[in-house]
Design a protein around this ligand. Structure first.
Ligand SMILES: Cc1ncc(CO)c(N)n1
Length: 285
């Protein structure tokens, strides 16, 4: 019992040490991005210092808002990780027809998703933030969507055909939801509604690469795993997470609750997107 109490005390002390360790002076988002592009992921997601800080006034431990979001959707994301479509990407057993269906739907999804970054630039309150959103827009249009165009080309599907894909009800509902938030909500709401896309894909990419070490070498699904588990892709997710943490710092609970609700809703849409392409859902009439 005493041993147990001692180890608890040790744990608490190490936590306090962790949160008290000097925190780097706040750099601009562009500096942060350059750092992350070099692959410095120390402490991100798992590191306590990234998510916890001591409240100087009352000494209580405060959770970073992104950790609160992550906690809120833990079960949904866990279920997503176990979805047979996602699993199939890792094992390589996913039927190619399902993947093609996904890729076409995802291509038109990404057209609208990239507009969220454009709107992020519009709503940004400083030039550095504006520039990173512009970079995200560029990377989505020319990097991520190139992956889809490459896959499509292997099946003789042209860029034009990809673009003409009609979104399923679920896809349309998802993108309309985010675009509506982006047009009528605050920058914080915009980021929160798109964050499950960037963050959960990165988590899926890393999870699959860790669980199936040969997955990134798979002749077909390997490129997909490589892209979404990459540090480059992750650096954008991390930038969005850090920006949202900065922007929500000190916000009243009523506002945080609205922002959290968007994150929950689009996390659900993420799960439904995988399920929809797996089942081949489309317009019933
Ligand atoms: C549906 C969906 N969510 C997230 C991403 C990651 O950008 C994507 N490509 N598609």
């Amino acid at each position: 019992m005493v041993g147990c109490a001692n180890s608890l005390i040790e744990k608490a002390n190490s936590l306090i040490e962790t949160v008290n360790s000097p925190i780097e002076p706040q750099k601009s988002p562009i500096d942060g991005l350059a750092r992350l592009n070099k692959g410095d992921f120390s402490g991100i997601l798992s590191g306590k210092r990234q998510y916890l800080k001591l409240n100087g006034e009352n000494g209580g431990v405060i959770m970073k808002f992104s950790l609160r979001l992550h906690e809120k959707v833990k079960e949904i994301w866990e279920k997503t990780h176990q979805h047979p479509f996602v699993e199939g990407l890792g094992t390589g057993d996913l039927p190619v027809e399902s993947f093609i269906r996904y890729m076409k739907q995802d291509y038109v999804f990404l057209i609208d998703y990239s507009k969220l970054f454009a709107l992020g630039s519009v709503k940004a309150r400083d030039l550095d933030t504006m520039a990173v959103f512009a970079k995200l827009l560029h990377e989505t249009l020319h990097g991520e969507m190139e992956l889809h165009r490459g896959y499509a080309a292997r099946f003789g599907i042209t860029k034009q055909q990809l673009e003409e894909t009609k979104p399923t009800p679920n896809n349309l509902a998802y993108t309309r939801y985010m675009l509506n938030v982006a047009h009528s909500g605050s920058l914080e709401e915009l980021i929160s509604s798109l964050l499950p896309c960037a963050w959960s894909y990165w988590e899926i990419g890393k999870m699959l690469a860790a669980k199936y070490p040969l997955a990134s070498e798979h002749p077909f699904y390997g490129d997909w795993i490589k892209m979404y588990s990459s540090d480059d892709f992750g650096s954008f997710a991390v930038w969005l997470i850090e920006l949202l943490d900065q922007l929500t710092d000190g916000k009243p609970e009523w506002e945080l609750a609205i922002i959290e609700e968007h994150f929950l809703t689009t996390s659900r849409f993420e799960y439904m997107f995988w399920d929809m392409v797996y089942r081949g859902e489309d317009w019933p009439v």
